[in-house]
Design a protein around this ligand. Structure first.
Ligand SMILES: Cc1cc2nc3c(=O)[nH]c(=O)nc-3n(C[C@H](O)[C@H](O)[C@H](O)COP(=O)(O)OP(=O)(O)OC[C@H]3O[C@@H](n4cnc5c(N)ncnc54)[C@H](O)[C@@H]3O)c2cc1C
Length: 300
């Protein structure tokens, strides 16, 4: 009943597409999960109005980007999934780029290289959005999103105010930001880059994409590296050395190409993936005596 009332209220918001009975498979790169009601704001005003309605009515909700680091439950999600992928405005001004939260990293990197701006090459090929990358402090090849962030514009659902957090206030560390705990919604981010040689920037980007294609099982659905790096150790190497490459639970498998990836080999369920994660954690605990941490965020 409450859900119906909320959906009715959301119908009054302009520039907001509502999609009931959406498969979570379509909202994530893992292609796993039951059904949910998803909403797609295409302007910041619609995004904020939507969050305000959800907050005011005590509705359960989650904001997601491209769904490339999350896993929905097999029972789906019984709240509202706010998907930011239509919030795609991007402005390049001298050596700065302002991007809305739904801008794909691919677009951000291409805009930077097109303007001869260096600093984001590392992010080329990470299949996330600006919002997801800020939330996760996404990183690769010795770079992290925090390295080029100036500030992050957020909406505070408690006060209904738009605020800017400086890079320091975002409290970035390895695959962590303050957004994991502060309840703020990321609306956009400002990046500061350095001027560089356009051809050299593009060459680095294609080299990085090449490495990804060589090393990662990109022909199967996944959420990227399933486990965080353990200080001083390569988690994928530990998993490989434990003989777990190719190990499966149901349709989920430890990739034979890259032991750090769990792939959806054939109709994997969330349950399969969770069981596989738990097995890997316990094997590594027994063998190495350390607790490795899962990087994928389970949404229930
Ligand atoms: C093939 C593959 C390769 C990958 N390689 C890498 C890699 O090299 N490095 C790396 O770091 N990651 C990698 N990833 C993981 C993933 O792409 C990144 O973590 C990415 O930054 C997630 O962005 P997203 O938009 O998909 O976020 P989502 O998965 O949609 O969300 C991630 C988290 O951020 C929150 N969130 C998203 N948007 C907002 C917002 N606007 N406001 C508040 N919270 C928000 C969500 O609630 C969720 O908790 C890879 C994934 C795949 C599938």
């Amino acid at each position: 009943m409450l859900m119906k009332k909320i959906i009715d209220l959301l119908h009054d918001v302009q520039n907001l597409t509502i999609s009931e009975n959406t498969s979570c498979k379509q909202l994530t790169t893992f292609k796993v999960g039951g059904y949910c009601t998803a909403v797609f704001p295409s302007t910041v005003d619609a995004f904020i109005s939507c969050i305000e309605i959800l907050k005011k009515n005590d509705a359960k909700f989650i904001v997601i980007g491209n769904g490339s680091n999350i896993l929905f439950d097999d029972d789906g999600y019984d709240g509202i999934v706010v998907v930011t992928t239509e919030l795609k405005q991007l402005v390049v001004s001298e050596n700065r780029i302002s991007a809305e939260c739904g801008v794909p990293l691919h677009t951000l990197c291409t805009a930077a290289s097109g303007a001869s701006l260096a600093g984001l090459q590392f992010a080329y090929g990470i299949p996330g959005t600006v919002g997801g990358a800020v939330f996760m402090n996404a990183g690769a090849y010795d770079g992290e999103i925090k390295d080029c962030i100036v500030d992050v514009t957020c909406f505070d659902p408690e006060t209904s105010k738009l605020i800017k957090l400086t890079k320091e206030e975002c409290d970035f560390s390895y695959r962590h930001s303050a957004f994991e705990d502060n309840g703020l919604i990321i609306v956009g981010a400002d990046f500061e880059l350095s001027y560089g040689d356009k051809n050299e920037i593009k060459r680095e980007m294609s080299e990085i994409i090449g490495k990804r294609r060589d090393k990662q099982p990109l022909n199967y659905p996944s959420a990227g590296s399933a486990f965080k790096r353990y200080p001083g150790r390569y988690t994928a190497k530990m998993i490989d050395e434990a003989g777990l490459k190719g190990y499966s639970v149901g349709g989920a498998q430890i990739s034979e190409k890259h032991a750090g990836f769990i792939i959806n080999r054939k109709n994997a369920t969330c349950r399969d993936i969770k069981e596989l994660v738990d097995t890997v954690k316990s094997v590594i605990k027994d063998k190495e005596g350390i607790d490795i941490e899962c990087e994928i965020r389970f949404i229930k």
